[in-house]
Write a protein that binds this ligand. Structure first.
Ligand SMILES: [Zn+2]
Length: 488
């Protein structure tokens, strides 16, 4: 308990005295938090000092900390990575003279640059230990090398946020339903959950019927809640589970779920409400990226996405011109994850492609000391992705029970404007079409037409979603296997 208080104090002082929090401080905070939990069952009341939950900080102090972090990160990148050494030499830029005001002299790094040559971003001063791959639903997967120290920082951050953010306790069981090949998130969740003393179940992205069976199964473990209590999942695979729950008549009381954490894809409001009703759990979403961990975003009660300032620098820029997006405008998130939390793959002004709207005015909410944007609206892929963003389409489609989940749709640019092609359960569905048209108009979506299809073969090719990373299990194949194995 004293240990925790001491570390928290250190953290508070590090910020107030304009000192950097060292990665080992993060690990100590996480370790002390686990010890406090084991001893007292709850974290200390002073936990508001912990990362991501720090109170208001003097703007002048914050500016100095930002400047120092930007310079240190730029210096490390220019000195130790081939990509930025060349970029800084070419521009004649001296990293140690950069300020938050002149930071825009550093060129924006595109996803394709990292994807094309991941090793050019790896620091010669680090030891690459783990190759993390993005899922690549929006194109070729991106490789991001992690050092052992970075993995440990990520686990420490994840432990702290699981205890304080999710309220994870030793009596809980966390299931992970993301893709089993996503090594970094899988390792991160497993390691932080079991450090807390909670238990961990790997489900993977399997047949939804199999996943629901596993979620509903009694655990029968002494000292543990009777069933799985927490679930980590992508939005599209959650929608596939909701479809199966509604189709097969599962009731919320069949599950012991308390909390579902959704990440990696846009979670629409109607899906959030349907999933909460179907599975009887509180649902929350966070924003994290393999490339920019441990920087990330948390939602507040007002529906903003708030971004951490301790671990990286956030900019919202126009996806084409890279000019700053004005308040009220839509731009893409450009992130600079700071050293020493990142020491292997170093990225400066990394264009994530994730579209967000900047708020019109300074938000007044419990997280107003952290920079705010809207939740992620979608991924930039051209002007249509900004005028009709993924979130608006999913808000429209995922509210309709006649549209099977995950929603399959495609936007096609035509002479009159974009048409939205949607897969529905059955035609004619004129009532559905009228309702969709009315709701699209009310939402201000600039669509020339909505076209319904009840045959997937007639639908233009749609983009993949994470629920499509389906893993085979023997459970789904059992009827066939039993038939083959039975003696005649
Ligand atoms: Zn807020």
């Amino acid at each position: 308990m004293f240990g925790t208080a001491f570390s928290q104090l250190r953290y508070g002082l590090a910020i107030l005295r304009n000192r950097r929090i060292r990665p080992q401080d993060l690990e100590r905070i996480a370790r002390d938090l686990v010890t406090t939990l084991a001893e007292f069952g709850e974290p200390g009341a002073d936990s508001a000092l912990l990362p991501g939950q720090a109170g208001a900080i003097d703007p002048a102090v914050r500016r100095t900390v930002t400047e120092r972090s930007l310079r240190a990160t730029a210096r490390a990148a220019a000195r130790h990575t081939p990509y930025y050494r060349r970029a800084f030499d070419r521009l004649g830029l001296d990293p140690v003279t950069l300020t938050p005001e002149t930071w825009d002299q550093v060129p924006v790094t595109s996803k394709s640059a990292l994807r094309g040559l991941p090793a050019a971003f790896v620091s010669a001063a680090s030891v690459p230990a783990l190759m993390a791959l993005t899922t690549g639903t929006s194109g070729t997967p991106t490789t991001v090398w992690y050092s052992r120290a970075e993995v440990e920082t990520a686990v420490a951050m994840s432990t702290v946020s699981a205890v304080l953010g999710l309220g994870l306790r030793p009596r809980h069981t966390m299931a992970y339903a993301g893709c089993s090949r996503a090594t970094l998130p899988l390792l991160n969740v497993e390691e932080s959950v079991t450090r807390i003393g909670a238990s961990f179940v790997q489900i993977g992205t399997v047949d939804p019927a199999v996943a629901l069976d596993r979620l509903a199964a009694p655990l029968g473990l002494r000292g543990k809640a009777p069933q799985i209590t927490h679930l980590t999942i992508s939005a599209s695979y959650l929608s596939a589970l909701v479809e199966e729950v509604e189709r097969s008549g599962w009731r919320p009381s069949d599950f012991g779920l308390e909390f579902i954490g959704v990440g990696g894809e846009v979670l629409s409001e109607p899906l959030k409400e349907r999933a909460a009703a179907a599975m009887g759990a509180r649902i929350s979403t966070t924003y994290m990226m393999t490339e920019t961990l441990p920087s990330g975003g948390t939602s507040c009660t007002e529906g903003h996405l708030h971004h951490t300032t301790e671990f990286g620098h956030l900019e919202v820029l126009d996806p084409v011109t890279h000019e700053p997006t004005p308040p009220g405008g839509v731009g893409t998130i450009v992130q600079t994850p700071y050293v020493p939390y990142r020491d292997c793959t170093l990225l400066l002004r990394y264009a994530t492609g994730d579209l967000v709207r900047r708020p019109e005015a300074e938000p007044e909410c419990e997280l107003s000391h952290l920079p705010a944007t809207s939740p992620v609206l979608g991924r930039w892929s051209g002007p249509l992705s900004r005028s009709v963003p993924t979130r608006s389409v999913l808000d429209l489609l995922e509210a309709e029970p006649d549209i099977p989940l995950p929603a399959r749709y495609v936007l096609e640019e035509g002479r009159q404007g974009p048409s939205l092609h949607v897969l529905v359960r059955r035609l004619p569905g004129t009532a559905l079409l009228g309702r969709l048209e009315d709701r699209a108009t009310a939402a201000g979506l600039a669509l020339a037409a909505i076209v319904l299809h009840d045959d997937p073969a007639g639908l233009p090719p749609t983009g993949p979603v994470r629920a499509d990373l389906r893993e085979h299990t023997f459970e789904s194949a059992r009827p066939v296997a039993v038939r083959v194995a039975s003696p005649a």
